[in-house]
Design a protein around this ligand. Structure first.
Ligand SMILES: [Zn+2]
Ligand SMILES: [Zn+2]
Length: 135
């Protein structure tokens, strides 16, 4: 009789453990799928941003801003969204270096992807040249 109880108890423990393991594997797979997609990865990190962190990013000199981990995340997300091609001429990174351009700086430090566009170096320079020409 005592054996029956022990066996049932053992089965229960094994069942609970495997449940926990399956849940852990599931969480790991979800996290991996988030982190392997640059757009989801940016959204994932962004959801944890504090006002303080965004303020710190906004205060950085632009040169330092471009070296930040935040910019690395945003940049990869914008490139992914634009299919790693220049939005103006369609060149890819094998043809020309690609850069990510701010359409506006309103949300610097916490950009929506709509605030950015991927441009090749030439089209990027052209955009800035046009912008300054009409200033
Ligand atoms: Zn281009
Ligand atoms: Zn630009």
């Amino acid at each position: 009789m005592i054996y029956h109880i022990l066996i049932i108890l053992l089965l229960y423990i094994v069942f609970k453990l495997s449940d926990g393991i399956i849940a852990a594997i599931d969480r790991w797979r979800i996290k991996r799928s988030i982190l392997s997609n640059p757009i989801k990865r940016y959204e994932y990190y962004r959801s944890g941003y504090t006002i303080r962190e965004v303020r710190r990013l906004r205060r950085l000199p632009y040169r330092d801003y471009l070296k930040s981990y935040h910019w690395d995340l945003v940049r990869s997300a914008a490139l992914k969204r634009d299919g790693n091609k220049c939005s103006d001429c369609g060149a890819d990174c094998a043809e020309r270096p690609l850069e990510v351009h701010h359409i506006n700086y309103a949300r610097k430090g916490n950009e929506n992807l709509d605030d950015l566009m991927t441009l090749c170096r030439e089209c990027h320079e052209e955009r800035h040249f046009i912008a300054t020409a009409f200033e």
